[in-house]
Write a protein that binds this ligand. Structure first.
Ligand code: DER
Length: 214
């Protein structure tokens, strides 16, 4: 449909950032799926990829791209990933696909984070999309109480366990006017592994409906 075509255009535009002989950081989700399919053309010209999820690893292996260990690759020149929401300062809500922890790790290790979205994800203020928070299972209720104290309405993503064996709380009813401050505040709560706010380390480039946004 039209939205899928726009996601595909963004993902394919991101291929321009892939440099020969490098290791590419690869995100997770339906938009990144198009990017991975496009990587097939680079199979013999890149070293390999570092993957943010078992889901993306399977796709990369299907097209014959070596999946490498981040501990062996060190800093990457490029990370390509989607998002659930993006504000005017390229700050993101991520985690809809439950891969936020490894995504955030690779984004931290990458020189250029290129975010690929369709226009429906652009917002002025983050928070319309429930904010994913990955938590250590035994701390789920404790963290939920702390998130209520921060003004959120946490909902357990029941039946979902992340690749790291953790649980996810999706926090509704937030209007995030200061994403960096909220990212720090939630990171402080013991039992939180990762919050799906990419604000301290925002995207460097955002491609929306196939066009680069300044
Ligand atoms: O879970 C994630 O962070 C994904 O990147 C998600 O935010 C985007 O997935 P989509 O491209 O399928 O919308």
């Amino acid at each position: 449909d039209a939205r899928e075509a726009l996601k595909k255009q963004s993902a394919e535009r991101a291929l321009r950032y892939v440099e020969e002989g490098t290791v590419v950081g690869v995100g997770t989700g339906s938009t990144v799926k198009y990017f991975i399919e496009g990587l097939a053309d680079f199979r013999d010209r890149i070293e390999g990829a570092v993957s943010s999820s078992e889901q993306s690893t399977a796709l990369l292996k299907q097209i014959g791209i070596p999946v490498l260990d981040l501990n062996a690759t060190g800093t990457l020149p490029l990370y390509v990933d989607g998002a659930d929401e993006c504000d005017p300062h390229r700050r993101l809500i991520k985690g809809g696909g439950a891969a936020l922890t490894r995504e955030k790790i690779i984004a931290a290790c990458s020189q250029r984070f290129v975010c690929v979205i369709d226009g429906a994800k652009q917002v002025d203020i983050l928070g319309g999309f429930p904010l994913p928070v990955e938590v250590i299972p035994m701390a789920r209720s404790y963290v939920a109480r702390q998130l209520v104290a921060l003004g959120g309405q946490p909902v357990w993503r029941d039946g979902v366990t992340t690749d790291n064996g953790n649980a996810i709380l999706d926090v509704h009813n937030l209007r995030i006017v200061d994403p960096v401050a909220l990212e720090k505040a939630i990171n402080q709560i013991v039992g939180v592994v990762t919050v799906g706010l990419f604000a301290a380390r925002a995207a460097d480039v955002v491609i929306v409906d196939g066009k680069e946004r300044g």
